[in-house]
Design a protein around this ligand. Structure first.
Ligand SMILES: *Cc1c(COP(=O)(O)O)cnc(C)c1O
Length: 401
């Protein structure tokens, strides 16, 4: 943990916990490094569903090429937060109202997931035109990956056998302009696996385009760049990814490639900070009960992993009884919810952990607060801090409704 962040966490009042602390400086540097590692012909759109906190979006607006949204709500939110920034609108099950909103606000790309969507679109277009990509569930061999979204039965995208009917539809409706193909096939890939997937996708797309006589100007490779929760220091290798894309794209002159990572962009800048309320033993196991829990940080429950954390010791203890603690042993970190699933990290080794010590959970900047079941048990919401310069100028603190 960086020194300015540690100082901020130490300086937080007890009544400011639990808190999400977003390190905007870290995000700014990380996003700039991602952009710098990518070739110019690769556009990087941030998938807003990973974390749509407005302060994060504003940082990313200045360093990446646009946003990918997956609902009318995200579309309106991103439009309001970052007016004028290019937006790609994807996702299954778009309603007529959402498609209408996309046309009304003028999205940069619409990712078409089905023939039904094309019919709805034709009914809504009127005098307007729209640039689309077909999202296709390509028949591509994937190794064991964390979350396969394509290459097997899936509600996402078009099956290749249904693309011909979509081509027929747009041949009859010139207002819908096909710019290319979109895929989002897997998540949790490292850079080498991602490049392997890219080779396969681009080969398939160029063979398909030749066979159908379709001009493909753009391919969107989706997101899914891996995040290693067991090793927070091993970030996705954007350098290898960028130079590999450069090499592959040399064979496809004139083609624009887009990527739309979410998790790998914002995950590192977010910390969920809380404190130990109680330490106890049960049938030989040690448990530390923390303020808050998985209703604020659902990620470890969803992904069935131990959320990485750092202990920030707090030395003050003015109670008249012995301070409950564990020393040099395995402990399970749980929250305040009355369910055995409220585990943030199970059987983790600690040198020492005492009631009143603070714990900062790392990698809480993506699919964390925004995927959590906030209202379960009606505990208060966490505070939110946006840290920009250093400890001298902490950002505003506020509670979310
Ligand atoms: C969720 C999603 C992404 C982002 O995935 P990450 O794993 O967060 O990088 C990108 N594109 C589509 C279509 C998605 O559904």
């Amino acid at each position: 943990m960086r020194e300015h962040l540690l100082q901020h966490i130490r300086a937080l009042g007890d009544d400011s916990l639990p808190a999400y602390v977003y390190d905007l400086r870290d995000l700014r540097e990380h996003a700039a490094a991602i952009r710098a590692a990518l070739p110019e012909r690769v556009q990087c759109f941030y998938a807003a569903k990973a974390n749509s906190d407005p302060a994060l979006l504003v940082v990313l607006r200045d360093h990446l090429d646009g946003f990918e949204v997956a609902s009318g709500g995200e579309l309106q939110h991103v439009r309001a937060t970052c007016p004028g920034t290019p937006i790609a609108f994807g996702g299954p099950g778009k309603t007529p109202a959402e498609l209408g909103l996309a046309l009304h606000t003028g999205v940069d790309r619409l990712h078409i997931e089905s023939e039904q969507e094309l019919h709805l679109l034709s009914g809504l277009l009127g005098e307007r035109t729209v640039d689309v990509l077909f999202r296709v569930n390509l028949p591509i061999a994937l190794g064991p990956v964390a979350l396969a979204m394509g290459g097997r039965p899936s509600p996402f995208g078009l099956d290749p056998v249904n693309i011909d009917r979509c081509l027929t539809h747009i041949a009859a409706d010139r207002r819908i302009r096909l710019r290319g193909i979109h895929v989002h096939l897997a998540s949790g890939l490292d850079a080498t696996a991602h490049l392997d997937l890219t080779e396969q996708v681009l080969t398939w797309v160029s063979n398909w385009a030749d066979e159908k006589g379709v001009k493909v100007a753009e391919v969107n490779l989706g997101g899914g760049m891996g995040v290693d929760y067991a090793h927070p220091d091993r970030r996705f290798d954007w350098g290898t990814c960028g130079s590999g894309l450069q090499r592959i794209m040399a064979r496809y002159p004139g083609l624009t490639v887009r990527i739309e990572p979410g998790r790998s962009v914002t995950v590192y800048c977010g910390w969920y900070v809380t404190e130990v309320l109680d330490v106890k033993r049960s049938h030989g196991h040690a448990f530390a009960v923390l303020l808050g829990g998985t209703h604020h940080l659902r990620t470890p429950a969803t992904k069935q992993h131990n959320q990485p954390f750092e202990i920030v010791p707090s030395d003050g203890w003015d109670r008249p009884w012995a301070r409950p603690q564990v020393r040099n042993e395995l402990v399970t970190l749980v929250g305040q919810l009355c369910t055995p699933k409220d585990v943030l990290a199970g059987d983790v080794h600690v040198e020492r952990l005492r009631v009143g010590d603070r714990i900062a959970f790392a990698l809480a900047g993506a699919y964390a607060w925004n995927i959590s079941h906030h209202d379960f048990l009606m505990h208060p919401a966490p505070h939110f801090h946006h840290l920009d310069q250093g400890p001298s100028t902490p950002g505003p603190t506020r509670r979310r409704p």
